[in-house]
Write a protein that binds this ligand. Sequence first.
Ligand SMILES: Nc1ncnc2c1ncn2[C@@H]1O[C@H](COP(=O)(O)OP(=O)(O)OP(=O)(O)O)[C@@H](O)[C@H]1O
Ligand SMILES: [Mg+2]
Length: 225
Amino acid sequence: MIKFDSVTKAYNKVLALNNVNLEIHKGEFLSVVGQSGAGKSTMMSLIIGEERPDEGQILIDDIDIAAIRAKDIPYLRRKIGVVFQDIKLLPMRTAFENIAFALEVSGEKPSMIQKEVPKILEMVGLEEKSKAFPHEMSGGERQRVAIARALAHKPVLLLADEPTGNLDSINAWEIIQLLLKINKAGTTVILATHAKDIVNSVKKRVITLENGEVVYDQEKGKYVL
Ligand SMILES: Nc1ncnc2c1ncn2[C@@H]1O[C@H](COP(=O)(O)OP(=O)(O)OP(=O)(O)O)[C@@H](O)[C@H]1O
Ligand SMILES: [Mg+2]
């Protein structure tokens, strides 16, 4: 589904990724670990086409994303849902409206939105918070709304960059359970994280980055650093 072929990316003189070769298969749950500055977020930015590699190629379903036409980028982005550590919800809108907004901006019909949003809220276990505003929710609930929003377009791939970074361990674990459930329903998930306990208990594939290089790639992996 995703192939990194000798990918190198530098920001000015900082080498963020160094000759990375990697294949991520459809349906996989992949954790990407490594110290701060190891290149995890850079990997995510390259996958969504926000940054371009200096050398090498990134193929998504055999399409070279560096060669993609500008007008096709929104289409690519819609296939990929993204969740970050700092949850940017619209503060004046309810959980329902935050999810609905993602669909409105891409021109979905109101009837479709009214039908789909409750299903997505149910998927993330927030049916009861439909009318709650972000300030009325816990950090974990807000992150679940952010995940729901990322799922609105039924992406084939979900990228989660430190989604548990601001959460306590119980909420963090719930978010990981949710990501595992989303993966089980068929979405490929890539999780970048520092959280050692989480990675070790997930028992799925783990790649470890060190100074922009893949130093370990393990099935049912452990956090080795
Ligand atoms: N926009 C940028 N401009 C300049 N340097 C950058 C930029 N983004 C990242 N870098 C550098 O590239 C390297 C990799 O950064 P990246 O954000 O990918 O690391 P990371 O593994 O996500 O770290 P963290 O765990 O802290 O989020 C770092 O040395 C970082 O300082
Ligand atoms: Mg990062």
